[in-house]
Design a protein around this ligand. Structure first.
Ligand code: ZN
Length: 350
């Protein structure tokens, strides 16, 4: 066997999708050829990393993965679309600088695979040689992806007709999974200055202020953020860190004061720029007790829909709180196009 044949069938070998005799010949080849052995070992570790990346224990990611699997055109890509997807990542791995980047890209590009299978790269290959694709840095590739994601039109406060409202219901997936969250409260030094934050928000009577530190001024940078709360008079400060987040997949994204004690916190996916919102939680900054703001999904959000921001809150009698939220609503069941809508939820507060 020569190196060219080996390289040509390498993917099949990694997938263990070849005839016995060819497999033997290839395994014999890597005993003799150090160069091909290195390439093969790289492929194997990349394969393992991608598989690991795709089974990240993040409920949000899992749900979009299910969505991809459902929406990939099976006629076009055969019965194992995930295999094709992985082959695709392998093929273009020169585009990415590291395995971690591949995993990030895997997460970032998931919303795109739906509409046209792996169409977006197919399109690329028509206009660009592989070498050109490979020469693109991972950063520019990711940026391209995030631009593509922000392309869906946002229509604020859109007024929806009856027909459209009906369509929403058909897209809604009722058993939306909202993970429980918990925060750890830690005292900070008074002189601590949160940087890379999205500005301070005062509580209702300006007793406290809060900020989300670690995601930049618009809270859209990647990474796991910390909520910092400061008491106006004493200048005491506390950090609230998301617990059970060892895989660094989730992050608080924005905060909204209900009064001088409780914060509404949007927690979403930490990595990638695709996801701007998340799920809504209520954090008691005194006790650090955290509850899911709308556990029964009375907002009737589709799977994959996110709460983008809290618009306003209004305390009702009987310890009820009315929360006006802006949410993303998908216009198609493959989550490519969405618009913003306002929803009102009513939740109990102590
Ligand atoms: Zn060789």
């Amino acid at each position: 066997m020569d190196c060219m044949v080996f390289r040509k069938r390498l993917n099949d070998l990694v997938e263990d999708n070849i005839a016995y005799d060819l497999k033997d010949a290839m395994l014999q080849h890597i005993v003799e050829c150090e160069e091909c052995r290195t390439v093969y070992e790289d492929e194997l570790s990349l394969d393992a990393a991608i598989k690991k990346g795709l089974s990240i224990d993040s409920k949000a990611f899992k749900s979009s993965r299910t969505q991809i699997m459902k929406s990939i055109d099976k006629n076009k890509y055969g019965t194992s679309p995930m295999k094709k997807f992985m082959n695709h990542l392998r093929k273009y791995r020169g585009t990415y600088t590291s395995i971690a980047a591949v995993i990030t890209v895997a997460i970032v590009i998931t919303p795109y695979i739906g509409k046209s299978g792996l169409g977006f790269t197919a399109k690329k290959s028509e206009n660009m040689s592989n070498a050109q694709i490979a020469s693109k840095s991972s950063e520019s590739f990711k940026n391209e992806m995030s631009t593509a994601k922000s392309a869906p039109k946002m229509q604020s406060n859109s007024v929806k007709g009856q027909a459209e409202a009906k369509q929403d219901t058909s897209l809604a997936i009722t058993n939306r999974d909202i993970p429980e969250r918990a925060f750890e409260k830690k005292a900070l030094n008074k002189t601590y200055m949160p940087n890379f934050n999205n500005g301070w928000t005062d509580s209702v009577n300006k007793k406290y202020s809060a900020t989300v530190e670690g995601r930049g001024i618009s809270s859209e940078d990647e990474g796991v953020a910390t909520i910092v709360v400061k008491e106006a008079v004493t200048e005491n400060q506390w950090a609230f860190n998301l617990l059970n987040n060892e895989d660094q997949q989730s992050s608080p994204k924005s905060v909204y004061w209900i009064d001088d004690e409780k914060l509404l916190v949007i927690v979403g996916i930490a990595q990638g720029h695709a996801s701007k919102g998340g799920n809504l939680y209520m954090l008691n900054t005194n006790t650090a007790e955290t509850i899911t703001a709308d556990p029964k999904n009375t907002a009737n959000l589709q799977n994959g829909s996110e709460i983008m921001r809290v618009v306003s809150t209004n305390k009702l009698p009987n310890n009820q709180l009315e929360i006006n939220i802006e949410v993303s609503v998908y216009d198609d069941d493959i989550q490519n196009e969405f618009h913003a809508e306002n929803r009102i939820i009513i939740v109990p507060i102590k």
